[in-house]
Design a protein around this ligand. Structure first.
Ligand code: ZN
Ligand code: ZN
Length: 355
């Protein structure tokens, strides 16, 4: 792993001269992990323009840091930011993370950057894609194992618990995020928290969950039918499935993020359900469950900038249609952009499963 972390630090160092910085003080824990391998709640790393690095952490993590962070000078200090800012002259900080109080306390002349390490993190190396592949395989297997247990009477909360327990047994660090289980009418709430409602025959049940493995987050959603579905349920499912397929096929290096969103959204809009698909099509995954790039439509006042997908970028494609009082359908996969077509990481069937 050491060579990989050194290469990542070189990627960050290469961006510093354009910002007229001699070094960047990286304080976001997820970015420290990305650049050094150290998992810590109190660490920061200073990466200089020549790609040398100093890491500061307190006594709880210092021993691990010396073992893990090869090629990085380690200093033991509780005030990690203060310990590092004096070690270069023009130091950039992560303005999207550093507390305002720290920014003023650490003295004048700090440069502000936003999302610099995150921009390097967007394109994954094959080591990261391997870890994500494992996270997704655990997710697929947990779903397959839990599926035979789904029956009327089981509550949303019980389903969430068994999914999460199964992922842990299969080697997950923990759930990648709070598991969503939404049965029957609850399916119209995209991020419904599992409650005590028991499954009933005639329900569509949406399960959105994933495993975290070695820090990498899988994300998958499947909607299944408890008992023979009504015709409107099957039609809704087929529509979302067609939209999801169109979205997946639009995922390729060079594609504009809003065009990928549109490929799926147009299918839903043309069927008359455009007003029932309120969220973006998907998001990047990696060391965070939601990270760049975000796939969302063009709006009159863009909140974020639209970009283009690169090669080796994991994203989710997750269209849904939500009908208040009736229920909903969402289908989500995690996939990776590849020059010769996207690599599907979550491989559970998208046929409508009737249980
Ligand atoms: Zn999800
Ligand atoms: Zn997602």
């Amino acid at each position: 792993m050491t060579a990989i972390h050194a290469r990542r630090r070189e990627g960050v160092a290469a961006l510093l001269s354009a910002r007229e910085a001699d070094a960047i003080l990286v304080s976001r824990a997820v970015n420290v992990r990305y650049l050094t391998g150290l998992v810590s709640s109190n660490a920061a790393v200073l990466v200089r323009a020549d790609a040398t690095a100093v890491l500061a952490t307190d006594s709880r993590y210092a021993e691990t840091a010396r073992a893990v962070c090869e090629g990085v000078e380690v200093v033991e200090e509780r005030d990690v930011a203060a310990a590092l800012v004096s070690r270069a002259s023009r130091v950039a900080v992560e303005a999207h993370h550093m507390p305002v109080a720290d920014y003023f306390r650490l003295g004048e002349g700090l440069l502000r950057t936003t999302g610099l390490v995150e921009s390097v993190r967007t394109v994954k190396d094959e080591t990261e894609i391997d870890l994500l592949r494992t996270a997704c395989a655990i997710t697929d297997q947990a779903f397959a194992d839990v599926l035979p247990m789904l029956r009327p009477g089981l509550t949303e909360r019980e389903i969430a618990r068994v999914l999460e327990a199964r992922m842990a047994e299969l080697g997950a660090d923990k759930p990648a995020f709070d598991t969503i289980v939404a049965g029957g009418p609850n399916g119209s709430v995209p991020h419904h928290s599992p409650a005590d409602r028991p499954l009933e025959r005639g329900d569509l049940v949406t399960m959105d969950f994933g495993a975290m493995y070695a820090g990498y987050h899988a994300d998958m959603t499947r909607t299944v039918a408890i008992g023979e579905p009504a015709s409107w349920q099957r039609e809704l499912y087929d529509l979302v499935r067609a939209a999801q397929r169109a979205g997946r096929h639009a995922v390729r290096p060079g594609a504009a993020t809003h065009e990928v969103d549109a490929a799926a959204r147009d299918v839903i809009t043309e069927a008359g359900y455009g007003g029932h698909f309120g969220h973006g099509l998907g998001h990047g995954v990696g060391l965070e469950i939601h990270e760049e790039p975000f796939l969302f439509p063009v709006t009159p006042e863009p909140r974020r900038e639209h970009g283009r997908l690169d090669d080796r970028v994991p994203v989710t494609v997750e269209p849904g249609v939500y009908l208040q009082g009736r229920g909903g359908v969402r289908i989500e996969d995690t996939l990776v952009t590849r020059e010769d077509g996207p690599e599907l990481l979550t491989r559970t069937t998208k046929e409508l499963l009737v249980l």
